[in-house]
Write a protein that binds this ligand. Structure first.
Ligand SMILES: [Zn+2]
Ligand SMILES: [Zn+2]
Ligand SMILES: [Zn+2]
Length: 336
C-alpha cells in the first residue's frame, strides 16, 4: 500500500484494492493513537468511484432516500444527486457503500427496495482520471514507482539533476515531454492523455456492457420468473398512522354491514306482517261481499213482500193498524 507525506502533518494513504479500503474506512480497525501520536481521520467524501452504485429514476430528495435506505443497509454512507453537463440535476442518484460485499450483493440483485419502492441500480462509472508521474510526467504510475533517475521540468521537458535550480533558469518554452506539443507536461489537454483516457473509458464501458448483456441473455432464455428478492413482501414501517386509520375504517365498515343486515331482517319481518294483513283484508272483503249479496238477494225481496202484504192485511182487519212498534203501520209502510 502506497503512502505519501504531504506538507503539514498529513499522511495520505493509498490502497491497493477495495478490501483494504473498506478495512481502513472502518473506524473500529484503527487504534486510539499511532505510536504516541493522536490523530484524526479525514475520510474521502464521496468515496472512490469503486464504492459507488447508481440508482435510476429517484424522485425523492437524497436526504430522505438515504435515511430510508439506512434502515436496511447500514453500509450505505452517502447519497448524491448526479448533475448533468448543463449543471442540472438528473433522476440518477449515486450511493456510496463502505462494504464491498454489500455492494456486490446489490449489483447482483440489480434492484434495491427502499420503503417499498423498487429502484433499479447499476455500476457507477466515474469520469476517468489519468495518473501522471510527478517526476517524469509519464502516464500510469506514481512518483514512488518511477524508474527515472532525474526529474523532468514540466515546462521545457528537459531532464535535470536539480529541479529547484533549473526552475530559476528555465527558458519557459512549453515543450510536452510526451508529445513535444506547446503545453506543459501535466496539461490534461495533451492529445496523448486524451487518447489514453478515451481508450480507458471505452474499455471500462465494454466490460460493463458485456456483463449486462450476459444478464439479458439469461433473462431471455427462461420465462419471466418472480424472485422473492426482486418482489419482496411489502413491509410496514413508520406509517402507524395509516395503519390506525385503516383499522378504524375497517371497524366502521363492519358496523355499517351489521346495520344493513339488521335493516334487511326488519324488512323481511315487515313483509311477512304485511302479507298476513293482506290475507285478512281479503277474507273481510269476501265477508262484505257475502253480506251485500245476502241483503240484495234475500232481505230486500222479503221486505218488499212484507210492505205489499201488510197494507192488505190491515184492510182485511187481520192486523191492527195501530201497534206497539208504530202508531200507524200503513203510514210506516208508505214511508218505506
Ligand atoms: Zn516518472
Ligand atoms: Zn524547464
Ligand atoms: Zn503533450
Amino acid at each position: 500500500d502506497g503512502y505519501r507525506l504531504k506538507q503539514k502533518q498529513d499522511l495520505l494513504l493509498f490502497v491497493k484494492n477495495r478490501g483494504s479500503f473498506a478495512a481502513l474506512f472502518d473506524e473500529k480497525t484503527w487504534p486510539q493513537t499511532l505510536g504516541t501520536l493522536k490523530f484524526t481521520r479525514v475520510l474521502p467524501k464521496p468515496l472512490p468511484p469503486q464504492f459507488s452504485i447508481v440508482l435510476r429514476n429517484v424522485p425523492i430528495n437524497t436526504e430522505d432516500l438515504l435515511r430510508d435506505i439506512q434502515v436496511d443497509y447500514l453500509d450505505v454512507v452517502n447519497a448524491f444527486r448526479i448533475i448533468n453537463k448543463e449543471k442540472q440535476p438528473t433522476t440518477l442518484v449515486r450511493l456510496d457503500i463502505s462494504n464491498p460485499t454489500a455492494m456486490n450483493d446489490l449489483l447482483r440483485n440489480k434492484f434495491i427496495n427502499v420503503n417499498n419502492v423498487c429502484y433499479s441500480l447499476m455500476e457507477y462509472v466515474s469520469p476517468v482520471k489519468v495518473l501522471l508521474c510527478s517526476k517524469c510526467f509519464e502516464i500510469g504510475y506514481f512518483r514512488s514507482s518511477c524508474t527515472h533517475e532525474l526529474d523532468v521540468c514540466k515546462t521545457c521537458g528537459e531532464e535535470v539533476a536539480d529541479i529547484k535550480q533549473h526552475l530559476l533558469q528555465c527558458n519557459k518554452r512549453q515543450n510536452c515531454v510526451r508529445c513535444k506539443g506547446d503545453h506543459e507536461s501535466n496539461d490534461v489537454r495533451c492529445p496523448i492523455i486524451k487518447s489514453y483516457r478515451s481508450a480507458l473509458t471505452k474499455s471500462l464501458l465494454t466490460t460493463i456492457t458485456t456483463t449486462s448483456n450476459n444478464n439479458n441473455d439469461q433473462n431471455k432464455q427462461g420465462y419471466f420468473q418472480v424472485t422473492e428478492s426482486e418482489f419482496p413482501l411489502l413491509v410496514h414501517r413508520r406509517s402507524n398512522y395509516f395503519n390506525d386509520r385503516l383499522s378504524t375504517l375497517e371497524n366502521r365498515m363492519k358496523q355499517l354491514d351489521d346495520n344493513l343486515n339488521r335493516i334487511i331482517d326488519m324488512n323481511e319481518r315487515f313483509e311477512k306482517v304485511l302479507n298476513k294483513q293482506k290475507q285478512l283484508m281479503e277474507i273481510q272483503q269476501i265477508d262484505v261481499t257475502f253480506q251485500q249479496e245476502f241483503v240484495s238477494e234475500f232481505i230486500t225481496p222479503v221486505c218488499q213482500l212484507v210492505l205489499e202484504i201488510v197494507p192488505s192485511l190491515i184492510e182485511q182487519n187481520m192486523v191492527k193498524d195501530s201497534s206497539i212498534l208504530a202508531p200507524s203501520l200503513t203510514a210506516y209502510c208508505d214511508k218505506l
